[in-house]
Design a protein around this ligand. Structure first.
Ligand code: NAD
Length: 498
């Protein structure tokens, strides 16, 4: 049975006016399970118009009232976390445990946003001059758009939405058209929490909906997460239309293993971080840089662990699920031929996997390449699948140069027993998020998430204090309530405070 997946407008499901729609698959069976309606430009305009009205009233509500809704949203989402995780697995394919972990990371941002009364406090300087005080406040922007990728259908929207709403904004979310259902469950949680209709909205769709948001005069800011070419486009288009934009892009994350590292720990980490969520994570490790002489032992340790992984339906307790679509699976599988043709050594071939699932599922097992070099497409491109490459480096300096030569700068990790080497790496590497003996260093909600270089366009990272700053605009007020007995009269000079 195919389910129609609608938008969310006015606090309820809404069909919209368009006749274009996209197929949504169950990646573990290959079946079409849903049809998601694509918003027209008119649909986007109608939703934004509602959001302008609702946002104005929401920003005017007391901070205490807004915070009560935030706590209620956190509770609603916590209560329905299994339902959200099941929707993610059904449309994305990641295993259920991993989907639950994704919802948990999103919940943590909602918890952070519950601290809005503290986080939005301004500064106050009493008596900077005779009868003069200076203070600062932060105000909501109005209506903001959040445009999300397929790989975290709950967590990525939740990086932004709770903070934007806690700050007093209205939000229009444009989820990925590949796995749109989690966004509607999140919308229901907002409604259950008592958020007024029109403050949180969902429009589904493709470039038409995205362009409608980027060019809309009433959208004040855009938070985007997706591939680097689209992130660049969104940043350039949004800023050209006068918006504040943060656009998080693609990645190619390196894990450097120094000769003094514990190889078992490093191999466990490489396999977990390379193949979790079938490599469809922006913080996945896709390149292991083995510093001489650990290469042979490390490759063997990784290969033996891959042999113990099971690939199959994410609902059946396997380690790794299918890829998101057939088209994406075929694209990733194409890199296996390309790597061999370029001279890389194919140690484990994921095409030979025997999945625990339906034959028509979008399967590709974990794949390991050794002796990969820059210039090969398996090294240069963001593959976004279960393909791990090992590059051999002669020294720490060679490894560092390799990492810093990447156009991306999202995440990286170093495995070592040497604190001095780790400290040197954390200072020298040109990457936004660094793990020391931690393969996927995703910051907690109260820190900010974001990469450097082609992994992020804009000045602010996601969540943490950067999120509060991104979704508010600062004002500084200088006020004088003079003592009538101390009037100074007319003075055309600047105050000298002497
Ligand atoms: P994508 O760039 O294809 O899509 C992202 C969003 O942009 C979707 O909502 C999509 O509908 C929209 N979109 C697609 N094509 C468009 C176009 N031509 N014009 C306007 N909008 C368009 O990304 P994806 O495949 O959904 O997600 C995977 C990518 O996201 C990977 O590159 C991954 O590294 C990246 N990602 C980055 C982070 C990060 O924090 N840096 C986090 C998650 C994912």
């Amino acid at each position: 049975m195919t389910t129609a997946i609608p938008h969310w407008r006015g606090g309820r499901r809404w069909t919209g006016s368009g006749d274009r729609a996209g197929d949504v698959y169950d990646p573990a069976t290959g079946e079409v399970t849903g049809r998601v309606g694509f918003a027209t430009r008119d649909d986007v305009d109608a939703v934004v118009a509602d959001a302008v009205e609702a946002g104005r009233a929401w920003a005017a509500q007391s901070l205490t009232r807004r915070t009560a809704v935030m706590f209620a949203f956190r509770e609603a989402l916590a209560r329905r976390r299994k339902e959200v995780a099941a929707a993610i697995t059904a449309e994305h394919g990641k295993v259920l445990d991993d989907a639950l972990g994704e919802v948990q990371r999103g919940l943590e941002v909602a918890e952070f946003a519950c601290g809005a009364p503290h986080l939005l406090k301004g500064g106050f300087s009493d008596g900077v001059s005779g009868g003069v005080d200076v203070f600062s406040i932060r105000q909501a922007l109005g209506v903001v758009a959040v445009i999300a990728p397929f790989n975290f259908p709950a967590m990525v929207p939740l990086w932004f939405v709770p903070i934007a709403i806690a700050c007093g904004n209205a939000v229009v979310l444009k989820p990925s058209e590949k796995d749109p259902s989690a966004s509607l469950l999140i919308a229901e949680c907002w409604a259950e929490a008592g958020l007024p209709a029109g403050v949180f909205n969902v429009v589904h769709g493709d470039k038409v909906a995205v362009d409608g948001l980027l060019e809309h005069p009433d959208i004040a800011a855009v938070s985007f997460v997706g591939s680097t070419p689209i992130a660049r486009y969104v940043y350039e288009t949004g800023t050209r239309h006068g918006k504040r934009v943060q656009a998080l892009g693609g990645a190619k994350n390196h894990m450097v293993v120094l000769p003094d590292a514990d190889l078992d720990t490093a191999a466990d980490a490489a396999v977990s971080a390379g193949f979790g969520s079938a490599g469809e994570r922006c913080m996945a490790i896709s390149v292991v840089v083995a510093v001489d002489p650990v290469g042979d032992d490390l490759v063997q340790a990784i290969a033996s662990r891959i042999g113990g992984l099971t690939t199959g339906d994410g609902r059946s307790g396997c380690d790794m699920g299918p890829l998101v679509t057939r088209e994406h699976r075929d694209k990733v599988a194409g890199y296996l031929d390309a790597g061999v043709a370029d001279g890389a050594e194919l140690v484990v071939d994921g095409r030979t996997v025997e999945p625990k699932g339906e034959a028509e599922g979008f399967w590709l097992g974990p794949t390991l390449f050794d002796r990969v070099r820059p210039g090969m497409s398996v090294y240069d491109d963001e593959i976004f699948g279960p393909v791990l490459s090992v590059v051999r480096a002669a020294s720490y300096d060679e490894a560092l140069t390799l990492v810093n030569s990447s156009p991306y700068g999202n995440g990286t990790a170093i495995f070592t027993a040497d604190g001095g080497a780790a400290r040197r790496y954390q200072r020298d590497v040109q990457v936004g998020m660094i793990g020391i003996n931690v393969p996927i260093p995703v910051p907690m909600a109260y820190y900010s998430f974001g990469g450097w270089k082609a992994s992020l366009f804009g000045d602010t990272h996601a969540h943490g204090m950067d999120g509060i700053h991104f979704f508010t605009r600062a004002k500084v007020i200088t006020s004088r309530w003079p003592d009538p007995a101390q009037r100074t009269g007319v003075d055309l000079g600047f105050p000298r405070h002497d």
